[in-house]
Design a protein around this ligand. Structure first.
Ligand SMILES: [Zn+2]
Ligand SMILES: [Zn+2]
Length: 289
């Protein structure tokens, strides 16, 4: 889908739903691609386009698995670069221990590490010719997660601030809820006219509302956890996790991984609630104050 002269939306397989993701092709003096997941659309693109530069939103497996199809230079935020350079660090960040989960992640890659040619920081401007994209550091989902903004047409590539109905995902050890909240507000304040989400595609309507609904998911989850803690007896972390307040229910495939992600996300909510003075901890139980 051509969004503007030289700017084309590349839909990932299965509409970019995980483990696939969407990309943006920018053809100017430099041909750049924002993100390169696995799947047919990226493989086909690699056959017909010479891409000079791949610019990454972050280092998660669903955004980088297609890098090897291109002979491009690779750019990523300096805080994400160490993960791309040594992919086993990704398994560490997910807290993965079981072989099943590690081999699932490894299945995305043909190499154990990727070369990073350019490390950038917040505010870096990619001058691709007439078209420029500015890096907007948006941590929360991951420590160096970055969105990209084209100021003339107000196009935002929002990455995994994905406006999905699931809501924000902060299930890795480098995720931070408070940062995620600030990052959603930061990109909403840019007043984009077009949002390209890694997993939801091109969004043109009700953008402000969609950011609000997405942000509200965090507070809804927190509300469900708080009501569960509102009892005389404290609740253990295991008991809170078993309620699946975030995932709703755990799928059968990779069940233990989903439980682990729920656990990491619940722990982050509990830390936040303790810091805000709304929850107290006694031994290994939590209760509302
Ligand atoms: Zn991600
Ligand atoms: Zn993703």
């Amino acid at each position: 889908m051509l969004l503007d002269d030289g700017i084309t939306f590349i839909e990932g397989e299965n509409h970019g739903h995980y483990p696939y993701s969407n990309s943006l092709l920018i053809k100017d003096k430099v041909t750049a691609l924002i993100d390169a997941g696995i799947g047919k659309s990226i493989e086909e693109l690699a056959k017909k386009e010479k891409v000079d530069l791949i610019i990454h939103t972050h280092s998660h497996e669903d955004h980088i698995g297609g890098d090897d199809f291109f002979r491009s230079e690779i750019a990523i935020h300096s805080l994400e670069a160490p993960i791309l350079e040594k992919l086993e660090r990704l398994a560490d960040l997910y807290g993965l221990e079981s072989e099943e989960m590690i081999s699932f992640i490894r299945g995305f890659f043909r190499h154990e590490s990727l070369r990073v040619d350019h490390k950038f920081e917040d505010g870096y401007i990619f001058c691709l010719g007439d078209i420029q994209f500015r890096a907007i550091h948006t941590p929360g989902h991951s420590v160096g997660h970055t969105c990209f903004f084209e100021n003339e047409r107000k196009i935002l590539f929002s990455g995994d601030i994905d406006l999905s109905s699931f809501g924000p995902w902060y299930g890795a050890l480098d995720s931070r809820i408070d940062d995620f909240i600030s990052s959603i507000k930061k990109v909403k304040a840019l007043r984009p006219q077009v949002v390209i989400s890694s997993h939801k595609g091109v969004i043109l309507d009700d953008i402000d509302d969609k950011f609000d609904v997405y942000l509200a998911k965090i507070y809804e989850r927190e509300g469900r956890i708080l009501s569960y803690l509102d009892s005389k007896k404290g609740r253990t972390l295991d008991s809170i996790v078993s309620q699946a307040f975030i995932y709703g229910k755990f799928p059968e495939v990779l069940h233990s991984w989903f439980v682990l992600m729920e656990r990491i996300m619940v722990e982050k909510h509990l830390e936040r609630l303790i810091e805000m003075g709304e929850v107290g901890r006694t031994g290994d139980t939590f209760s509302s104050l």
